[in-house]
Structures are given as C-alpha cells and as structure tokens.
Design a protein around this ligand. Structure first.
Ligand SMILES: NC(=O)c1ccc[n+]([C@@H]2O[C@H](COP(=O)([O-])OP(=O)(O)OC[C@H]3O[C@@H](n4cnc5c(N)ncnc54)[C@H](O)[C@@H]3O)[C@@H](O)[C@H]2O)c1
Ligand SMILES: O=P(O)(O)OC[C@H](O)CO
Length: 326
C-alpha cells in the first residue's frame, strides 16, 4: 500500500518518516514551497521539524494531484483547514486516515464528519495518541489508537503503518479517538496556565483529573466509549500534553499564565496550537448540550472573552462543592 501524507507540518513529516521506514516510497504534500524544496534537496523539514534527518524515500510535492498515485492518505492538516484542502485533492474512494486533532469551528463537526462530507466515497480511519512529532520522527517508541468502523480496514492499516517503535492499538470507536485528541489540547492550555502562574504540581494533577472528567462527560454525550477515552488517544495524550513545554498548547497556556496576552502569543506563531481553535467551539457545544465543562469554559473565557487569569481562577475555585462522580 503506497501512502500519501497531506500536510507538511511537524506531524505530517513525522508520519511520512514512519510510513517510509523500510524503504517504502512515501509522497508528502506540503503547502510551503520551501518545505518541499528542503525535503527533496536536503531530506529535512527545516521549517517545522528542524534537526531531524528524514528518510530519502520521502518525496515532497506542492501538487495535490500527484497524491492520486497513493492507495491511502494520512490527512495531517490543521483541523480548520482540512475541509478546504480535501476539496482540492483527487479524492476518489481511497481510505483517509485522519491524524489532526480538533473540531471544526464553524460547523461544530468532528473531523470524521468533515471528511465524510468532503470525501463521501472514502472509508475513514482516525489515528491519535501521545505523539510529539520530533520524538516519533527520531524513532523513539510510542503507542497510538487507530480507529476504523470497518475492522478489516483497521487491521490492514495497522499492518501497513505499525513499527516496533510505533505500536498501534485498533478500535472501532472513531468518535472516542477524535474527542480525546481534541479536548486534551484545551486542557493542556489550562495546565500551561497553572505552570506559568506558578500554582504548583498538585494543582496541575488536580486539573488533569477533573479535566479528564470533562473529557469523559463530553465523549459519552457523543457516543464515545469510556475505554477509548481512558486509553492512548484520551488520557494517554492528556497526560503527555499537560506535562511538557514540548506541547505547543501547554506553552501557549504557560505564556498566558505568565501574563502575556493570548492574541499576542497566537500572532507570534507559525505552528498550530489547536486548543486555541477548539476551545470556543467546544465550550459552545458544551453550553448548548448542557455538558458541565468548567475548565474548558474557563479557557474559552480567557482566549475569546478577554477574562483575566485571576478572575477565571477565582470562579473555578469558588464553585460549590460536588460529588466526585461524573
Ligand atoms: N506536532 C505534533 O507533535 C502533533 C502530533 C499529533 C497530532 N498533531 C496534529 O496534527 C495537525 C497538524 O499539526 P502539525 O504539528 O503537523 O503542524 P505544524 O504546527 O508543525 O505546522 C503548521 C501546518 O499548518 C499548515 N497550514 C498553515 N496554513 C494553512 C492553510 N491555509 N491551509 C492548509 N494548511 C495550512 C502548514 O502548511 C503546516 O503544515 C494538528 O491538528 C495537530 O494537532 C500534531
Ligand atoms: O504540541 P501539541 O500541544 O499540539 O501536542 C502535540 C501532540 O498532539 C501530542 O500528542
């Protein structure tokens, strides 16, 4: 199975590295001409994944039409651009493996719903889990969830993509895999704020625990299964992203906690902190559906409502006591 990768950011490049392992030709579409040139001429993505030597079996292109030669695509654009990029590609009926993490802001759709509308004839799978791109691209071990409603497709993709250092667990719970990856980015911003504000390790752990309760409430409301939310793509990725400045979402939160303005932090960056786009839509859906998500609402109030960290913190801490149950 020849794999194509749509998106030449850090994660698309790392996935191309996984796909090319063992000498398998892999085609990567990138938006930026300089990324295409750097990969083809120097086997490096100096813009988004500097310092990691890339497999020479990866070839980059700026022409989406060339991806017609591939049997399946790993789709790795930022969540808000997935629909428009897919609309420009030669879709056909090839499987799409969605590797981005987010919710479409305008429509409130999960990414498999976006892909289903954009590519009605393509079977859809989702790949998600604790995966800092630079670690995966350097061959360090991790494990991920691969969700496909067609179990034969899930197995076929697992066989093609898995490596000893890139262990894949298969499920049919697409919504569960997507919701974990989308919600954890917002919670990582909150954990970064705790770090930047110097609130301590206890506060961060408490936030991970209560954040996971929010993720679970939201997931169950959308048909996700508990074991998926408590697995690699949910809790696993939540713990990773809430613990390290290697996370763009955590770093964004840390800057906010240190007193910098969210708009200034966001305008400075070339890389994507998906939680900043997911927070408003997630908060909106939770309000509409009556799902209690105080941490997500707090992040949204900070990012889009102009609230101060102190005000939001005070509101969270002065909530009436409640039972620990979901
Ligand atoms: N970086 C990681 O470690 C990692 C790991 C797992 C999942 N992800 C997810 O993968 C997705 C892509 O993130 P990334 O880290 O590869 O990106 P990145 O932050 O490294 O790079 C930004 C990407 O956005 C693209 N982009 C900017 N404007 C665009 C436009 N108008 N149309 C289409 N693309 C545009 C750029 O071409 C580039 O590929 C995100 O949803 C992210 O959450 C990232
Ligand atoms: O850098 P972040 O916060 O986008 O996190 C990257 C990955 O999603 C970690 O699994």
């Amino acid at each position: 199975m020849k794999l194509g990768v749509i998106g030449g950011g850090a994660w698309g490049t790392a996935l191309a590295q996984v796909a090319a392992a063992g000498g398998r030709e892999t085609l990567l579409w990138a938006l930026e001409a300089e990324v295409v040139a750097a990969i083809n001429e120097r086997h490096e993505n100096s813009l988004f994944l500097a310092g990691v030597p890339l497999d020479p079996h990866i070839r980059a292109t700026s022409d989406l039409g060339e991806l017609d030669a591939c049997d399946a695509w790993l789709v790795v654009t930022p969540a808000q651009h997935m629909r428009s990029v897919l609309a420009r590609g030669p879709l056909g009926d090839r499987p799409l493996i969605l590797c981005s993490k987010g919710i479409e802001e305008k429509s409130g759709a999960l990414l498999h719903e976006v892909a289903r509308e954009a590519a009605p004839n393509s079977p859809i799978a989702v790949l998600s889990g604790p995966t800092f791109a630079h670690e995966v691209a350097s061959g360090l071990p991790t494990a991920v969830t691969l969700a496909a409603s067609d179990s034969a497709l899930g197995e076929q993709l697992r066989e093609r993509i898995a490596r000893p250092q890139f262990r894949i667990y298969v499920t049919d719970d697409i919504a569960g895999a997507e919701i974990g990856g989308a919600v954890k980015n917002v919670l990582a911003i909150a954990c970064g704020i705790v770090e930047g504000k110097g609130l301590g390790q206890n506060a961060r752990a408490a936030l991970i625990g209560r954040g996971f309760a929010e993720m679970t409430r939201f997931g169950l409301a959308f048909g996700a299964r508990r074991e998926t939310l408590a697995g690699l793509s949910g809790l696993g990725d939540l713990v990773l992203t809430c613990s390290s400045t290697s996370s763009r979402n955590f770093s964004l939160g840390k800057g906010i906690g240190e007193g910098r303005a969210p708009a200034e932090l966001l305008s400075d960056r070339r890389t994507v902190a998906e939680g900043a786009f997911t927070a408003p839509v997630l908060a909106r859906i939770a309000r509409e559906r009556g799902i209690d998500m105080p941490i997500v609402q707090a992040v949204d109030a900070l990012l889009t409502g102009g609230a101060s960290v102190d005000t939001v913190l005070n509101e969270i801490l002065s909530r009436p006591p409640k039972a620990e149950a979901l």
